[in-house]
Design a protein around this ligand. Structure first.
Ligand SMILES: Cc1cc2nc3c(=O)[nH]c(=O)nc-3n(C[C@H](O)[C@H](O)[C@H](O)COP(=O)(O)OP(=O)(O)OC[C@H]3O[C@@H](n4cnc5c(N)ncnc54)[C@H](O)[C@@H]3O)c2cc1C
Length: 311
């Protein structure tokens, strides 16, 4: 870090998804005038969600971008400052903590990390184009839209099987496409999937392209053993090949679990006093707007107490 004069903040929130904006709302209402560093995706994953139907208070559901706008407006109403900037470096070795961004350097008395986790992508043609139009990374979020439809699930781990089985509540059929001929998922899940009449497996196969006209219609498949290619009609492509927590900045400074998620206690406290983490960056299990928002609110409440105790 350089010797440039740092701006002083009571609370900096890194990330502007549901966890970050909820933390901002709570911190702002305690007059902390928090600074939110939005990152490249203002509003986080919700900004790319067509409609959110499981966040309470919106009986008809709410479009993702509208929910993002509401979150931001509500947090700003009480004094939150939102900067369209990303944290590029943090120094958590002493308090106040140093945060460097593309444009500025800051000192923060407390830090709330809400940088989320990114679903792993297949990186194939059509994937980006059809996200929210038949391509999904969340069965809990989108399963309901596929009543009576035929879908595929890509993956062979616990989450692919769990989410595939969850989808059978709604859909007519689930074809699980797996690049190997053995699953990584646990035995109980495997048994459940093998016994379920709606679930079928396509082994040694990868999806190479997603095709449609406005919405998903077909996928191109390739058998990795024989090299054979074929097309399969489908209404939905659910991709469960893992998540990558956005925690590079904190490596060696905060305790992370074996998958790279920030470790927190039930008060969202990280291994460094005064540094909190909330939402998907610290939660590989629930991965929802409401759970992330709840964690964000909790982290801010703890940061408020911390500042009261250390002023
Ligand atoms: C297509 C899709 C549909 C979904 N549908 C639903 C649904 O219907 N219902 C539901 O409950 N959940 C849904 N989810 C899941 C939900 O969106 C996530 O659980 C939730 O957004 C996680 O919130 P978060 O705040 O923890 O992280 P994110 O939303 O991932 O936000 C992370 C934030 O961190 C920022 N960031 C990252 N790195 C930096 C950095 N270095 N500096 C500054 N900022 C940084 C990003 O710009 C972003 O603003 C969906 C997800 C997807 C992808």
């Amino acid at each position: 870090m350089t010797d440039k004069k740092e701006k002083q903040e009571k609370t900096i929130i890194i990330g502007s998804g549901p966890a970050g904006m909820s933390a901002a709302l709570y911190a702002a209402r305690a007059n902390l005038e928090p600074l939110v560093l939005s990152g490249m995706e203002l509003g986080g994953q919700v900004s790319v969600t067509h409609i959110v139907e499981n966040y309470p208070g919106f009986p008809e559901g709410i479009e993702g971008p509208k929910l993002v706008e509401n979150f931001q407006k509500q947090a700003e109403r009480f004094g939150t400052k939102v900067e369209f900037d990303s944290a590029t470096e943090v120094d958590l070795s002493t308090r106040p903590f140093r945060v460097k961004t593309w444009g500025n350097e800051y000192l923060a008395e407390t830090l709330i990390i809400t940088t989320g986790a990114t679903p792993r992508h297949l990186d194939i043609p059509g994937e980006k184009e059809f996200t929210g139009r038949g391509v999904s990374y969340c069965a809990t979020c989108d399963g309901h839209f596929f009543q009576g439809k035929d879908v595929i699930v890509v993956g062979g781990g616990d989450s692919a099987l769990e989410e595939g089985l969850f989808l059978t509540r709604y859909v007519n059929s689930v074809k699980i496409i797996h690049r190997r001929e053995e699953l990584r998922a646990g035995a109980i899940l495997q048994n459940r999937a093998f016994k379920n009449d709606k679930v079928e497996f396509i082994w040694n196969t990868v999806v190479t392209e997603i095709i449609g006209d406005g919405i998903v219609d077909t996928v191109k498949l390739k058998n990795v053993k024989t090299g054979n290619e074929e097309e399969l009609k489908t209404d939905g492509v659910f991709i469960f090949i893992g998540h990558i927590p956005n925690t590079d900045l904190y490596e060696g400074q905060l305790e992370l679990d074996e998958n790279g998620y920030v470790q927190v206690d039930r008060f969202m406290q990280t291994s460094v006093p005064g540094v909190y983490a909330a939402g998907e960056v610290a939660d590989s299990h629930f991965r929802q707007v409401i759970t992330s928002a709840g964690m964000g609110a909790g982290a801010a409440m703890q940061a408020i107490h911390f500042l009261e105790d250390h002023s």
